[in-house]
Design a binder for this molecule. Structure first.
Ligand SMILES: Cc1cc2nc3c(=O)[nH]c(=O)nc-3n(C[C@H](O)[C@H](O)[C@H](O)COP(=O)(O)OP(=O)(O)OC[C@H]3O[C@@H](n4cnc5c(N)ncnc54)[C@H](O)[C@@H]3O)c2cc1C
Ligand code: HEM
Length: 413
């Protein structure tokens, strides 16, 4: 079966996402949407078929890529040479397609991001029918007798709706900015504990907002893109500083920490993320950072300073040991310059005079925080526990901001 994407639809069944979108650094035009949402019955068909194939997800992933690369060898070079750690990403996203289409606002917003972000992979509109065809072939094979014409029609419609939005967003994005930004490493400082600060200078203007994150590709691991958060608000000289911690066995983080040197050129993808300062509110801020989660929080603090707005900022830094309390001297220097900034440390696994406990425990001792805008950044368990502590104590969930934990574009808050 040849899979077709309908690029001539004109009905605008979905609303514009502008009202709920954060302030983007670059004005990106959201595509007009173009397909009636799936009916409840079609959503049920898709969900039911996912539950049939899910137990075979690993085999299905191997099959999907084998079919894709055999039928369309021209797309192989878009993917990493060794796909072990990455293999599941695209297919996992496709299996969650209902989440992408059953809420019109997410469809436009998230698939818009996804489409723009896919430009860095070298994806072309012509590749979408190929991926759709191989997705359906894989589903049909692993669903076996459960696969019906109605299910195939529901999948075709869902995939078509997502692909339409992604393609339109990518086409519009192409008119206003590059797909990737080469950037030269201009400075590198080791901070101990396998952490380095790397400063890069993009070869072209790179617009982002403090608190956003950026995907990075290194020359040592082509096609492996990983997210890192600039630790600075936008600077006049255009440079960005990343705080990178080498994780055990980690490809990209280890290369950045142990191999990257001044003069090397890395690639940046477009900025992503909603953890930015809300332009319209002037509430005080509670910021909570664990490990290199400090990076986007530091950028937000710099942004408050840059804007000169009268926020008070309470910043809690957490680590397991005092020695791991990363970035504390730098932040204390900032607090000396800015009377509105208060820094507190939380150390969970050893006695340090001052504060002891995990970040959520320490947060519960201070406060109240229910009138603050909250920014959380760090390991997922810390973010989850802090969110729970704060919501239990009355902070409205919509005032709690954090980055997604895994595949960013598919996280819904
Ligand atoms: C929105 C976002 C922002 C991020 N910002 C930063 C940042 O500013 N600085 C930073 O250093 N990292 C940051 N990360 C994490 C970063 O994107 C990579 O996941 C991390 O550097 C590991 O990549 P890798 O290629 O080295 O490891 P991989 O080769 O992908 O993984 C190797 C092994 O390490 C494990 N692993 C992967 N990530 C972690 C982790 N974070 N901790 C422990 N084990 C892990 C994997 O499960 C795997 O077993 C961010 C992630 C997200 C989603
Ligand atoms: C409806 C269509 C599609 C959806 C929903 C989708 C979704 C995704 C998602 C969520 C990721 C992971 C991104 C990340 O972790 O940063 C991804 C990765 C990727 N996608 Fe897509 N994608 C689609 C179509 C395509 C097409 C048509 C191509 C071109 C062949 C493509 C090529 C890639 C590549 C090369 C990667 C990175 C490889 C990897 O890290 O495994 N995608 N996709």
């Amino acid at each position: 079966m040849r899979f077709r994407i309908n690029r001539s639809r004109s009905a605008t069944a979905y609303p514009s996402p502008e009202r709920s979108a954060p302030t983007p650094a670059v004005h990106v035009v959201e595509p007009e949407v173009v397909e009636a949402p799936l009916s409840a019955h079609e959503q049920d068909l898709i969900r039911a078929s996912v539950s049939v194939v899910e137990p075979f997800a690993a085999d299905m992933t191997v099959y999907f890529y084998a079919v894709l690369f055999a039928r369309y060898p021209e797309v192989r070079s878009l993917f990493p040479p060794g796909m072990d750690t990455q293999r599941g990403r695209l297919l996992r996203a496709l299996l969650r397609i209902v989440e992408l289409v059953d809420d019109p606002e997410s469809l436009v917003r998230f698939c818009g991001h996804l489409g723009r972000d896919h430009r860095k992979f070298g994806t072309l509109s012509a590749h979408f029918p190929a991926v759709g065809e191989c997705l359906l072939a894989s589903l049909a094979r692993y669903a076996g007798p459960a696969w019906t014409a109605d299910i195939a029609a529901a999948w075709t419609k869902a995939y078509g709706a997502v692909a339409d939005v992604m393609i339109s967003a990518a086409e519009q994005d192409e008119a206003i900015r590059p797909a990737v930004w080469p950037a030269t490493v201009v400075h590198r400082v080791s901070r101990g504990h396998n952490i380095v600060e790397i400063t890069v200078r993009p070869h072209m203007p790179y617009e982002y907002a403090a608190g956003q994150y950026v995907s990075v590709e290194t020359p040592w691991w082509p096609k492996l893109w990983r997210y890192y958060s600039p630790a600075n608000a936008p600077r006049e000289d255009g440079t960005l500083t990343f705080h990178v911690r080498a994780v055990a066995g980690g490809c990209v983080s280890s290369a950045l920490v142990h191999q990257a040197a001044v003069g090397d050129v890395i690639q940046l993808g477009p900025p992503l993320g909603d953890m930015v300062l809300d332009a319209a509110t002037y509430s005080d801020l509670l910021c909570v950072a664990g490990g290199t989660g400090l990076a986007p929080i530091r950028a937000l603090v710099e942004e408050v300073a840059r804007r000169g707005e009268r926020h008070r900022v309470d910043l809690f830094l957490g680590a397991r040991t005092g020695a791991e309390l990363y970035g504390v001297d730098d932040m204390l220097r900032m607090a000396q310059r800015h009377h509105w900034l208060t820094i507190r440390g939380a150390v969970s696994q050893e006695y340090v005079p001052g504060i002891r406990g995990s970040l959520p425990e320490v947060l519960a001792e201070y406060g109240p925080w229910y009138q603050h805008d909250v920014y959380l950044s760090g390991p997922a368990p810390m973010v989850v526990a802090a969110t729970e502590t704060l919501t239990l104590r009355g902070t409205p969930p919509d005032r709690i901001h954090h980055d997604p934990f895994e595949t960013p574009v598919l996280s819904f808050r």
